[in-house]
Write a protein that binds this ligand. Structure first.
Ligand SMILES: Nc1ncnc2c1ncn2[C@@H]1O[C@H](COP(=O)(O)OP(=O)(O)OP(=O)(O)O)[C@@H](O)[C@H]1O
Length: 607
């Protein structure tokens, strides 16, 4: 429950409204406790005396009290509704911001459904908690306290009988709270797992249908929902148990007080009006006592939701640490010798090249090692001692067997991951010192698996550069040979491409991703086998146009086919996470058996 205190920074801006609403609710609840006192006056006074005018007066007063109570509760609701939905929205926005900033390694580790459920169901539970239980636990507490005092004041012996279950109920509630908290955690985690399965099934619907796996998928889903149902039932049983006790014990006490009160009235030691008032007060306390179990349950779910929310929010963001060493002084000898052939940056388009005189320009990997955070501790690093120099304006092809670490190496340049040892420099500046935002304005990437967003074709391309103009868009589409099919879309570039661009073919998606990479005229271009889904004819056209872009860009291109390798000035061979050879395509073909095998496709055929 203490975790609920962590909501304060989000609730702080609306605290005035929240406190006012709580005060209004306490007043409304106290108004309901005045009703029995008016009843006592009515029964002992006008009713006993046969005073019809007095009865009407009392009735009218009761009506006014009832109306005031209803209006005050309505006012409370109005006071909290808008600010609390604002709190929910602010928390959701903060979560989304955090998710965008967390490292890729975090997203590798966390199932998407778990994140989705934290941003949806958990936050709804928090809003519900702030709307009801937070106020009503206070209101009910005050009502029970004031009501208890009134009961004891009206007739202390009857009051003590009626309040006798309070202590055992307090003990039972604390036991319930602990048990329910554990059950709520299980349920909310299972909802996260279920969301992951639903998301995967929706995204993978083509595979599921293509392989006729819908029945087995439905069975797996049913199993998960069955488990969730069992956990929900456990929660329901716990709730029924506390609700039952919260109802039965006070009802028994009320029955005992009623019998005792009736005897006292018969003995003439208690007035009928006092008994009526006493019973009315007791009945007014019924709901506050009964609902405590239910309110505690909601609070527990909110505490669990808070824990789950902050599990993500507490994840450390990656910070850009300044590098103490003078850039360019720590370089290990680089493959093929650090021959520096400075070529002006691509058309002078981008800033960021204030290179120290001593450091080699271009893209330099020096003794780079990388190990995935979730890799088994005894597994060798994915990349080991990678030392490679891509000169300014040069295009280097990266070739290697499947699983050799090519994608991993390319992911280090836009800082999707940071090396675990060694360093990378861009035009002599240490990548770790540049800062992610600037790195991403210098480096553009296109991955083999093109990811598009549910936006228009043009918007997807323009994501590659915030300040790109129509002319840049047309040029990028032309380079990627995407202008033809984009113009042929019903609304041209303004045509929505559907969720993940699934209304386009694989080759079309890949060309839009390539256009996105080149639209910002990046200084460094990283392409991970960007033409794999194209037919031979289109590939040749894209290569011809891409050649012009590559001529003025420092580029690293993962290549599987000789046609892509031929785009490059030189080739680096990655084998088992190490660079084992660097040279031109023809040199490697002549001198390196592994490279010759990879390029001949024999390896492919052997697999
Ligand atoms: N997120 C990850 N967590 C742990 N290991 C990973 C992760 N991503 C990749 N790996 C492992 O790293 C190794 C290199 O993978 P990588 O994708 O870089 O190879 P690749 O050379 O690009 O392969 P391909 O040519 O098939 O695309 C593989 O053994 C892979 O299992």
């Amino acid at each position: 429950m203490r975790s609920l205190l962590r909501l304060w920074p989000f609730v702080r801006p609306v605290r005035a409204r929240l406190f006012t609403a709580a005060f209004v609710a306490v007043v409304a609840s106290c108004v309901s406790l005045v009703i029995p006192l008016v009843l006592k006056w009515l029964v002992d006074g006008p009713v006993a005396a046969g005073d019809t005018g007095g009865v009407w007066l009392g009735g009218g007063f009761l009506l006014l009290l009832g109306l005031a109570e209803a209006l005050l509760f309505g006012l409370r609701r109005w006071l909290v509704a808008r600010p609390l939905s604002g709190v929910e929205a602010a928390m959701r926005a903060a979560l989304y911001r955090r998710l965008q900033r967390l490292p890729v390694a975090f997203h590798d580790r966390w199932p998407s459904g778990q994140l989705l459920s934290r941003g949806t169901t958990d936050l709804q539970k928090l809003r519900m908690f702030l709307t009801f239980p937070l106020t009503f636990l206070l209101v009910n507490g005050v009502t029970i306290l004031v009501g208890g005092v009134l009961l004891v004041a009206q007739r202390w012996s009857l009051g003590l009988v009626l309040l006798s279950p309070l202590l055992p109920l307090l003990v039972l509630c604390s036991v319930f709270e602990a048990k329910y908290g554990r059950a709520a955690r299980v349920v909310q985690d299972q909802i996260g797992d279920l969301t992951t399965v639903v998301e995967e099934s929706v995204l993978g619907i083509r595979i599921i249908k293509g392989f006729g796996r819908h029945r087995s998928q439905a069975r797996a889903f049913k199993e998960l929902t069955g488990r969730l149902r069992a956990s929900e039932l456990r929660k329901a049983r716990l709730l029924a148990w506390i609700w039952g006790l919260n109802t039965t014990l006070p009802e028994c006490a009320l029955g005992a007080a009623l019998v005792l009160g009736a005897v006292q009235v018969a003995d003439g030691v208690l007035s009928a009006g006092t008994l009526v008032a006493f019973l009315s007060t007791a009945l007014a306390l019924r709901w506050p006592v009964e609902s405590i179990g239910f309110l505690l349950a909601m609070s527990n779910e909110a505490a669990t939701a808070t824990d789950r929310y902050f599990e993500v929010m507490d994840e450390p963001e990656v910070r850009d640490a300044p590098v103490a060493d003078e850039p360019g002084t720590r370089d290990a000898p680089v493959a093929d010798g650090p021959e520096v052939r400075d070529v002006p940056p691509a058309g002078g388009e981008r800033a960021g090249g204030d290179r120290p005189r001593s450091a080699p320009g271009g893209l330099v990997f020096s003794g780079v090692e990388f190990r995935y955070p979730d890799a088994p501790p005894d597994a060798p690093p994915t990349l080991q001692d990678v030392t490679l120099h891509i000169r300014p304006g040069e295009t280097m092809a990266l070739v290697g067997a499947t699983g050799s670490g090519k994608t991993t190496l390319t992911a280090l340049v836009p800082r999707l991951y940071d090396p675990t040892a060694g360093r990378i420099t861009l035009d002599g500046r240490d990548l770790a010192a540049i800062g992610r935002d600037e790195v991403r304005s210098l480096v553009a990437v296109a991955f083999e698996e093109p990811t598009l967003f549910s936006a228009t074709a043009a918007e997807n391309v323009l994501m590659g550069a915030a300040d790109a103009q129509e002319g840049d868009l047309r040029r990028a589409l032309r380079v990627a040979q995407a202008d033809g099919f984009v113009d042929a879309l019903p609304q041209g570039g303004a045509t929505p491409v559907g969720e993940q661009g699934l209304s386009l073919s694989g080759g079309q998606r890949q060309r839009l991703a390539l256009a996105r990479a080149v639209v910002g005229r990046p200084r460094f271009l990283i392409l991970d086998d960007p033409l794999s889904a194209l037919d031979v004819h289109t590939e040749a056209l894209v290569e011809a146009a891409l050649r012009q872009v590559l001529a003025t860009t420092t580029a690293l291109v993962v290549a599987h086919r000789p046609s892509t390798v031929l785009l490059a000035d030189r080739v680096a061979l990655l084998s088992g996470g190490r660079i084992t050879a660097v040279g031109t395509h023809h040199e490697l073909l002549r001198d390196n058996a592994e490279y010759a095998t990879l390029m001949s496709g024999e390896e492919e055929a052997a697999r």
